[in-house]
Design a protein. Structure first.
Ligand code: APR
Ligand code: PHB
Length: 389
């Protein structure tokens, strides 16, 4: 087989890239390790920046998003029983849209299939060969032997545990990492969300987040220790702890119910540099990870995909290599700003095991400053709704 761009990974990054390239008449093949059903069964955050919404509109994947998504003009931040609102529209003129990432991926799959774009599922032992030569090709194991895809370029959209990042020689790559000393215990329940907007809660017992998927599907998180296990938490224990971390007025109206999903996710900040080696380009979680506090994972993958699509389209249209040569530096400039915001927002809201009494005073003082300062709120709002591409 031969194609112009081999895309490794059929998650949001790979699928969005395949559709953007298709619009430019650029051929691609998506190679996905799992089944489509497995990919579409993943539960993930869904706070969409306008930049991502614009890309989804461009590839004809925004109809359901606009019909079923929820426009959020702001968010709530609480500390103890105090609560205040950050008005995104007042400070930036833009809202965010709450629409499950699973639905985004479902829409991308529907569009790829409608376009007849080739996808290969359950590929095993994918290997990237000759990325630094003119004989670049991807191989993978099949029941009958080994398959080969010759390509001009490879887009590594295979997430944090994929093969792409590891295919860049370690001597040419530098990783930056921060592992947080806690995780998030998340629960999905078929209950009415406690509030129309998200509540990011700092409490003496730890962070909590009240989010939602629709009017009858709520998503809640509480900070937990790294050695905790989801099975250690009964639904009753979870609801009791969540109520203890949000303002009493909100806790009083919280509708509880059976969890339909309960899991713990670790938190990490991670970036690898560069995001390009020869004919291999990294996008999304393959290159960077953020703590979910700022909802920047999917949205930063989107800006990578935007930059790479633009670079490849320019190359195929003009023969210029300026775009592809500048991709890594351009993508990383926005990646690091998303890393900074996610790290800062996590530091503002979580309780850290090694925090001193002074540190706690600084955290509350920062929350009080944020509450009182339009300039501080504008800065948060600009990052949350999405910095420019
Ligand atoms: N070969 C082929 N596919 C692979 C391989 C491999 N060796 N390794 C991983 N994959 C697939 C995974 O099964 C997954 O479907 O690559 C895809 C990577 O998707 P994500 O992990 O979702 O990463 P990305 O598409 O960059 O999305 C970034 O969306 O999924 C969220 O948390 C993520 O918010 C972040 C954003
Ligand atoms: C979610 O709804 O899962 C969600 C929302 C916002 C975040 C993280 C997760 O910052």
């Amino acid at each position: 087989m031969k194609t112009q761009v081999a895309i490794i990974g059929g998650g949001p990054s790979g699928m969005l890239l395949s559709l953007l390239l298709h619009r430019e008449g650029i051929e691609s093949v998506v190679l996905e390790r799992r089944t489509k059903e497995h990919v579409l069964g993943r539960i993930r955050a869904g706070v969409l920046e306008q930049g991502l919404v614009g890309l989804l509109e461009r590839v004809g994947c925004a109809d359901r998003l606009h019909a079923e998504g929820y426009v959020h003009d702001g968010t709530l931040i609480s500390y103890g029983d105090e609560m205040f609102r950050i008005d995104f529209v007042e400070h930036t003129g833009r809202p965010v849209i709450v629409y499950g990432q699973t639905e985004v991926t479902r829409d991308l799959y529907a569009a790829r299939e409608a376009a007849g774009g080739p996808m290969v599922f359950e590929v095993e032992d994918v290997a990237i060969n000759g990325a630094d030569t003119d004989a670049c090709h991807v191989t993978w194991r099949t029941p009958g032997g080994t398959a080969r895809l010759d390509c001009d370029f490879v887009a590594g959209c295979d997430g944090f545990h994929g093969v792409s990042r590891r295919s860049i020689p370690a001597a040419l790559r530098k990783d930056y990492e921060k592992v947080y000393p806690f995780g998030w215990l998340g629960v999905l329940s078929e209950t009415r969300p406690v509030n129309d907007e998200l509540i990011y809660a700092n409490s003496p017992r730890g962070f909590a987040l009240c989010s939602m998927r629709n009017e009858r599907l709520s998503r809640y998180y509480i900070q937990c220790s790294l050695d905790d296990r989801a099975e250690n938490w009964s639904d009753a224990d979870f609801w009791e702890e969540l109520k203890a971390r949000i303002p009493a007025g909100q806790a009083a109206t919280l509708e509880t119910g059976p969890s339909i999903e309960k899991s713990i996710a670790p938190l990490r900040s991670f970036v690898t540099e560069p995001m390009r080696w020869g004919r291999l380009f990294l996008c999304g979680d393959a290159a960077h990870i953020v703590p979910p506090t700022g909802a920047k994972g999917l949205n930063t993958a989107a800006s990578d995909v935007h930059y790479l699509h633009e670079a490849l389209a320019d190359h195929y249209a003009t023969g210029s290599t300026a775009g592809i040569d500048g991709y890594s530096q351009k993508a990383l400039r926005r990646v690091w700003k998303a890393e900074r915001f996610s790290w800062w927002f996590s530091g503002l809201l979580h309780r850290y095991p090694d925090q001193s009494d002074f540190d706690l005073k600084m955290q509350i003082a920062e929350l009080e400053f944020l509450r009182s300062s339009p300039a501080a709120q504008k800065a948060l709002a600009e990052n949350y709704v999405g910095l420019p591409y």
